[in-house]
Write a protein that binds this ligand. Sequence first.
Ligand SMILES: C[S@@+](CC[C@H](N)C(=O)[O-])C[C@H]1O[C@@H](n2cnc3c(N)ncnc32)[C@H](O)[C@@H]1O
Length: 368
Amino acid sequence: MERVCIENLDHLGRGIAKRNQKIVFIPNTIPGEIVEIELVKEKKKYDEAKVTSFYKESEERVKNLCPYFPRCGGCQLLHLPYSKQLQYKQEKMKNILDRYHLDSVKLNKIVASPNRFHYRNKVTFQNQNHQLGYFEGESNHFIPIQNCLLLDEKINQSIPTLPTNQGKLIVRSNQKEITFHPNKKIMHTIGDFQFAVSLESFFQVNDSVTPLLYQKVKEYLSPSKEDILLDLYCGTGTIGIFVSREAKKVIGIEKNKQAIEDAIENARINHIPNIEFLCGDAGIEANKLKEKITGIIIDPPRSGLNHQTLQTILQIHPSKIVYVACDPMTLIRDLNILKEDYRVEEITPFDMFPNTYHVENVVLLKKI
Ligand SMILES: C[S@@+](CC[C@H](N)C(=O)[O-])C[C@H]1O[C@@H](n2cnc3c(N)ncnc32)[C@H](O)[C@@H]1O
């Protein structure tokens, strides 16, 4: 048994300590705490360990909120007060910008989530022995779940009634109802827009943060009636529709066929005449466009932009780009390429995923 002092938190929310000149990462710890540890993994450059007992516990530690914490691994920051979670995410963004040559970019204060708990409108349950639950961390060790602090209460209440005869079960909820039927769309309201969303289409998970994030995208884009905008990775058409009334025209591109069908339906439901959608790869489809695009919204998956898509964006050369990113590391990688032709003006982080290490960012880039 060894005792170490936690010095800091890493980008995954794990405590960082040093032992024998080597770094060790320890989940569920707070800087200043002294903990006894057991090694879980030994690597060349660092080790991973778990806490066996707390010798000196932080006064800030939040305890006993969830019976599955920290075993489940879904919440990495549940033991921190919410103000400290926000501070951690703010500092994480500042450190990343400093480290990757973007220290001159204006970093705004993180936008908190109005709901710290029960914010998730979608979950993917695993299913074993006729019980629903999660896999522990990255493993395939199953934990049956009766109630999850992150899930919308309607999903929690429905758990005992959900089918348990499928390998995986996706459940979605809106303000009124839940569904797990693949053919049923669920309606979501954002501002004064309605969006029909199929079970397998992407939709932002935190309904209390999404309108704040979309408002920031619109503010950064500041569309006018001369603008022809491109909404890359448009999902069910949400952001494009949200900004369409102020623009001349919007073109959305998305590779998921079902999401494109939802997007076309959403344009109709919201009476938006000036938007069209293309189904295909963002980089390939954008490269074929003939219109003079004046602004681009980019909201890619965690992997960010591939080489071809980056080249296409640089070729289109709009005056403004608004990049929405759920992974800060791939965002920074892409910004460092785009900054050859674009000034990265400002970044606003959003706490889309309270109690986890994840942080969403909206970035404004302007043509140099
Ligand atoms: C983070 S979501 C953004 C959705 C949308 N902007 C929203 O706010 O609801 C990313 C979307 O990119 C789509 N996608 C992933 N790879 C793609 C590609 N190579 N080309 C086009 N769309 C892609 C996914 O299907 C998903 O709908």
